[in-house]
Design a protein around this ligand. Structure first.
Ligand SMILES: [Cu+2]
Length: 65
């Protein structure tokens, strides 16, 4: 299980966007996003580059802490 901080989320729409952005990354599954904590938790089926995650989140409009 991997836990990351996601900055910039303010509502359930953001939660959905972040969940989608992370779920679309090859190797990431079972994404759970906690709006109040500003966190995302997921499982990796193979090692995923943190920089790729950072990029995808940025594209969606959020920042990885
Ligand atoms: Cu929002």
């Amino acid at each position: 299980m991997t836990r990351i901080t996601v900055k910039g989320m303010s509502c359930q729409h953001c939660v959905m966007s972040v969940t989608k952005a992370l779920s679309e990354i090859d190797g990431i599954k079972d994404v759970t996003v906690d709006l109040e904590k500003g966190e995302a938790v997921f499982d990796e089926t193979k090692p995923v580059d943190l920089e790729l995650i950072r990029e995808r989140l940025q594209k969606a409009g959020y920042r990885m802490g």
